[in-house]
Design a binder for this molecule. Structure first.
Ligand code: CP3
Length: 345
């Protein structure tokens, strides 16, 4: 069964008035859920992702538990580069690590074009299984934006300042452009396969774009992400564009071609709206750390986010970044109920 086109999440993504404010949470499938920890065991997430039955089940867990308005595919932004053999692992509690980071022209040879059917058939299979089990709840597919994926390949692991990434960007603009273009093509191939398998919307995660000034973002990053969104437009599904600390970049995230812009909690939603104008839908933006506070404080902050949107169409309620692992699932359950109650018509 495919999701109804009038599902509140899809209607809000199209910037039209929905029956209620839809809500989902980035990283809703994850360590905050006891049922996730039980199913996952201790192996690498990259192994879990290669098991479609398991990955589809994990995708569904937060939908059952929270009653969220959308599911997000259980996968990771580094799955395509790992699938073509670049040599990426995900270290527990750390994130993606690369044994031989991207340094030279010759490293482009380690990034051949992605053929989803041959390189990672398990992703589309997970989408198919999840969509079949979800009935009318839309599934969000996703990819890492070229810049954020490049930052992992170049830094080799987490980095606070992305110094090597920026050095390559500014010192080897030719090589940088080729790298980003390749990663854009990989994201497009991956998103096409996910949508063909049944994903009803896609999100491009440019988590670390906020480390860039607007002029550098516009010159060195936006063209590659715009290429991804141009391909998404042809697929006729809503496209969401998200990054952290992107207050100064919000209009550029929209300019890249996204109909929905994800907003982190540092910019109040009314101000984000002012910067984005009326033609763009917004997603966000409760501070994930607020969910660790006692309920009355959470409730006050949820109401504040809703009030700042002021009933305008095109609001997808979410956190400003991913669910923190220590979050009590009962709190997220109450957040969903409150958003549905307050944001109903
Ligand atoms: O529920 C969901 O959001 C869907 C699944 C999802 C994962 N990663 C699963 C995952 C999604 C959408 C991602 C995207 C992702 N991966 C991003 C963009 C979103 C963001 O958080 O900014 C980034 C930057 C990554 C890279 C990455 N993968 C990091 C930084 C980590 C965290 C390391 C850790 O252990 O804290 C991962 C691992 C990862 N990906 C986990 C999950 C559920 C946690 C480890 C696990 O459960 O095995």
């Amino acid at each position: 069964m495919s999701p109804r086109p009038d599902a509140p999440f899809l209607v809000a993504c199209r910037n039209r008035p929905a029956d209620r404010v839809p809500v989902w949470f980035m990283r809703q499938a994850g360590r905050s859920l006891p049922e996730y920890r039980r199913l996952r065991g201790t192996g690498s997430i990259l192994d879990a992702v290669r098991d479609p039955d398991l990955a589809a089940e994990i995708t569904l867990q937060p939908v059952r538990r929270y009653g969220v308005d959308a599911a997000i595919l259980y996968s990771d932004i580094v799955v395509p580069v790992a699938a073509v053999g670049f040599g990426v692992e995900i270290a527990a509690g750390v994130g993606p690590v690369v044994a031989r980071p991207f340094r030279h022209e010759s490293d482009l040879d380690r990034l051949p074009p992605l053929d989803p059917e041959a390189d990672c058939p398990y992703v589309a299979e997970t989408v198919r299984l999840a969509v079949a089990r979800l009935a009318d709840v839309p599934l969000i597919g996703f990819a890492g934006a070229p810049f954020t994926v490049a930052s992992y390949l170049i830094e080799g692991g987490p980095s606070r300042d992305l110094g090597r990434t920026k050095a390559l960007m500014l010192g080897r603009p030719d090589l940088w452009a080729r790298l980003l273009d390749r990663l854009a093509d990989m994201a497009v191939a991956s998103l096409r396969a996910q949508v063909a398998a049944g994903a009803a919307a896609v999100q491009l995660f440019d988590s670390w774009a906020g480390t860039l000034s607007p002029d550098l973002y516009e010159r060195c990053v936006l063209p590659a992400s715009a290429k991804v969104f141009a391909a998404v437009a042809e697929l006729d599904v809503p496209g969401i564009h998200f990054g952290v600390t992107t207050g100064e970049l919000l209009p550029l995230l929209a300019e890249a071609g996204a109909g929905v812009v994800g907003v982190d909690w540092r910019v109040p939603l009314d101000e984000a709206r002012r910067r984005l104008g009326p033609d763009v839908a917004v997603q966000g933006n409760l501070d994930p750390a607020v969910c660790l506070a006692p309920w009355p404080a959470v409730e006050e902050r949820v109401r504040d986010v809703l009030a700042r949107n002021g009933g305008r169409p095109g609001h997808v309620f979410n956190l400003g970044h991913g669910v923190l692992p220590d979050t009590d699932p009962a709190v997220l359950e109450r957040v969903v109920a409150l958003v549905h109650e307050e944001g109903g018509r």
